[in-house]
Design a protein around this ligand. Sequence first.
Ligand code: ACO
Length: 386
Amino acid sequence: MPTNLVTSYNFDYRANNTGDNDKEYNMTYAAITGWGKCMPPATLSNDDLATFLETNDEWITTRTGMKERRISHVNVSELGAIACQHALAAAGKTALDVEMIVFASTSFDEYCPNAASNVQKIIGADNAACMDVNTACTGGMYAFTTANAMIKTGVVKSALVIGAETISKLMEWTNRDVAVLFGDGAAALYLEASEQETGLLAESLGCYGESRDILSVAGLGSKYANQGRMMGKTEWQFLGQEIFKKAVNGMAQACEKTLEKLGVNSEQIDLVVPHQANLRIIDTLAKKLKLDSDKVFVNIQKYANMSSATTLVAFVEAIEEQRVKPNSLILLPAFGGGLTWSAHAVRFGDRTTPIASSDASLPPCQQTGLEMVQEIMEKHQQSVGK
Ligand code: ACO
């Protein structure tokens, strides 16, 4: 039986409710008024991977749906900061309007101080409280829940939610089981307190903690400190088929619970934006939930799995590509290490176009994706020789 580690609010979010519960608890909603992403420019194709791994484009494409991924030349908080600048412009706000920054990642630049504080410093969000969240691939969604709950309960009136990853720096590049599956990128949402019934209306969160070891990364964390292992020189434990089954079951049950809480069925969902870990996982989930494939947003071919950034990047692209219409009801299922699972139901607002745009961008990148990966591999090799 799954361990339901996180329960949802005790409020009734049903679509046909009278709003009495929210009045009773003096709750507001948290509208999504800004969105942005930051994709590092260097790509690493399946053919690039085949230059140093026993793999090929045909295997990766048919087994996963992935064609290429991005490799970042900057650190993860810089990616997150640029995504935030785009989200703030889209909302027509400045950094000083932000009261909370919630930063989700599994590839933090450093563990102390946190990444959210670096975003605050880079963008000048001097009025914001700052916290990090790590639930692996569900991270962006758990960060969304955290910020939403803080706004709904009146702790803050606005928040930036970030999912950002530079997995390339921590990848075990000699292990083809995992090296082909991941990429780098970032996205951010800006949330604001609102009286309108909009934003995140219901979610379901949970974790298969008993199976946490089927997806683990040795070499990140204090337990490895006295094992003579270089921090960041990782070994990935990854039982792909077991994760596949748990991903489908975890996301399916999360979706069912969320739909039930909201009092709607899957046909009433306008768009599903799932975590992008494997196209076959997405297709299997869609069949299980009887979802039309044309209602499912997919961008895995461009970016592969960016862990905690994945679902937020897909959501932001769905908005940018006008797949999200005014007042669309959107379902966002996700799954990740832990093994954490989630599904969020969002009622989008009236406005699906940005108020303004930002010219914030990354510094130029002087290397190809393949060159950066080769450099990371060389550094890891040198550290082993020491
Ligand atoms: N290139 C070529 N061959 C490969 C590769 C590769 N990159 N990787 C594995 N193979 C081989 C295997 O060795 C095996 O060979 P064999 O038959 O001679 O033994 C064969 O391909 C089949 O391997 P399987 O593991 O059975 O392949 P499968 O169809 O299960 O696909 C995959 C593997 C893509 C990893 C799939 O299981 C999967 O996507 N799992 C879920 C991943 C996931 O959900 N990740 C998200 C969470 S990550 C996070 O939270 C941080």
